[in-house]
Design a protein around this ligand. Structure first.
Ligand SMILES: [Zn+2]
Ligand SMILES: [Zn+2]
Length: 237
């Protein structure tokens, strides 16, 4: 019953912040580290990065902060040389004409469905974002299983809880069925976490009042940061 996956989740409960955020961010960081130290020379990865035109904004700058200078220089030079080729061989078109026309057509009656976006005009998914989404799915599957265990329930209820986005995903993701009342237990644990944070926020706000400023400060003084992580998702370290 107490698998390695279970132990990882249990340990994550003892740390501050949404455990799915933390674990998925760690997994993505390991992926970026592997890219930085070895995989940037891998032909397959270089090809993929050419196709996706690099990593997204978030992951490009995460790599910059990680000091991945040579890997970025080499991989992004590929992307640049593709752009140079395109510029050398293309003739100018009216700026954004196609996209604008599609948007206008979508707005003026007829095709309501077509206003929902312009498929094909978006850039392919960043490889690190894909890795992040896979990690989220895997940990959510493990979480549903772990929720059936009473020890885990206790730890999760005493933790920071899930951020709003991961709570939604944990409820809604279509995955291999886990038999048992995991969903009810998830809601019960999340409610305990939210109520505790709400009380701490109340205390923090109350102690900001000059009449109570001499009172001793406690864990509630960090509650604003916990609320930021819970509502907006945890920060990339
Ligand atoms: Zn989260
Ligand atoms: Zn990304």
């Amino acid at each position: 019953m107490k698998t390695r996956e279970y132990q990882i989740l249990l340990h994550a409960c003892s740390q501050e912040g949404c455990l799915i955020c933390k674990l998925a961010l760690e997994s993505t960081r390991r992926y970026l580290e592997a890219f930085k130290y070895e995989q940037f020379t891998d032909v397959g990865i270089r090809e993929e990065l050419r196709r996706t035109q690099g990593f997204c904004h978030t992951h490009t700058w995460q790599l910059v902060r990680m000091g991945a200078s040579l890997p970025l220089a080499q991989a992004y030079r590929d992307v640049l040389s593709d752009s140079i080729d395109q510029l050398r061989h293309s003739t100018p078109t009216a700026p954004g004409a196609g996209r604008l026309r599609r948007l206008l057509e979508g707005r003026n009656g007829a095709g309501r469905a077509s206003s929902a976006g312009t498929p094909g005009s978006t850039r392919p998914d960043c490889p690190a974002c894909k890795r992040h989404a896979l990690a989220e799915e895997r940990y959510i599957q493990d979480l549903r299983q772990a929720l059936l265990d009473d020890e885990f329930m206790g730890q999760l209820s005493a933790s920071s809880g899930l951020c709003l986005e991961h709570f939604r995903l944990a409820n809604e993701l279509r995955q291999t069925a886990v038999h048992g009342d995991w969903q009810q237990r998830l809601q019960q644990a999340q409610l305990a976490c939210l109520e505790r944070l709400d009380a701490r926020l109340g205390e923090l706000i109350r102690k900001h009042d000059y009449r109570f400023q001499d009172e001793e400060k406690g864990p509630e003084m960090h509650a604003w940061k916990q609320a930021a992580g819970l509502v907006g998702g945890e920060e990339i370290q």
